[in-house]
Design a protein. Structure first.
Length: 291
């Protein structure tokens, strides 16, 4: 379970603010200031690891746990030449890809999760860590008929963040071009990874929208804004969330808000964590696919 700086139990899905900088995204882009809107990212999976850790959206207070499928802990395969996840992978809190909403860009509905983030900095982060990031662009994945946006971002505390600043300081849309310049091959590897990572499990390749092209920062921020609005509707009972657990401690005005005592009771009544099974040897296998 997650705790805030005061040692109080919180939901990493609902109680961590989306915005790390200004509280709202300006309606119009400013061409006179270099102000950067920063977002909080919750790290689920550190780079180079294989365990599919994720925010448990269907459990109270949404702890970060390893996903289970067909009774087995889930691991992602190693797609040559990579080892596990090739970025620090996680989610933006207070966002939700509404499965009842059909995206007008991809024509598919949302995947019922907070929006995913690939943090491309040089540091290896820890699961559960909250990182302030600046958004660089976005990739659209169509995963088993659902829209699954992948935000590309970098931690503002990363030494390489200063290299990625756009052609002009106010022309933020150029960020994704700077990634291509300073990290050659990384974006192409990202497309390949998402296209192939489920194939070793016997599933077809994922489809990548826009012919595998990354959309720029401005496009990405609009997607984040819309998923934040869907989350607000979810937390205020204006949208149907199905099995999603909206229990929170800090969201003002939400009918799902609970007391600190209730949060403690949730944690105390949860099953005691046990040491999992040893990692299966096949997790270290390498899979080769034609380019």
């Amino acid at each position: 379970f997650s705790e805030n700086a005061d040692g109080k139990y919180i939901s990493p899905f609902h109680d961590i603010p989306l915005f790390a900088g200004p509280r709202e995204i300006p309606a119009k882009k400013s061409k006179t200031t270099g102000t950067e809107v920063l977002f909080n990212m919750v790290v689920e999976v550190p780079r180079w690891t294989n365990a599919k850790m994720e925010i448990a959206t269907e459990e109270p207070l949404n702890p970060i746990k390893q996903d289970i499928k067909k009774g087995k802990l889930r691991y992602v395969a190693n797609i040559f030449p990579h080892k596990g996840y090739i970025w620090n992978y996680g989610a933006l809190p207070q966002t939700w890809e509404d499965p009842n909403h059909t995206d007008n860009v991809t024509g598919c509905c949302g995947d019922n999760d907070p929006i995913d983030v690939c943090e491309i900095g040089s540091k290896i982060r820890s699961s559960g860590e909250v990182v302030q990031v600046k958004v660089l662009g976005v990739l659209a994945l169509v995963d088993e008929g659902e829209t699954d946006w992948k935000i590309i971002a970098i931690g503002v505390d990363d030494p390489e963040a200063q290299k990625i600043h756009g052609k002009y300081f106010y022309l933020n849309a150029r960020y994704i071009d700077d990634v291509k310049k300073h990290k050659p091959g990384y974006l192409e590897a990202t497309v390949d990874w998402f296209r192939l990572y489920k194939v070793p499990d016997g599933k077809p390749e994922n489809q990548v929208a826009f012919n595998g092209e990354f959309k720029d920062k401005d496009f990405a921020v609009e997607i984040i804004k819309s998923t934040h609005e869907y989350w607000k509707a979810l937390l205020h009972k204006k949208a149907e969330g199905g099995t999603i657990k909206c229990t929170n401690v800090l969201v003002s005005g939400s009918p799902f808000c609970c007391s600190e005592e209730d949060a403690q009771s949730i944690v105390q009544s949860a099953p005691v964590a046990v040491n999992g099974d040893s990692v299966p040897p096949e997790v270290d296998s390498w899979y080769f696919f034609p380019k």
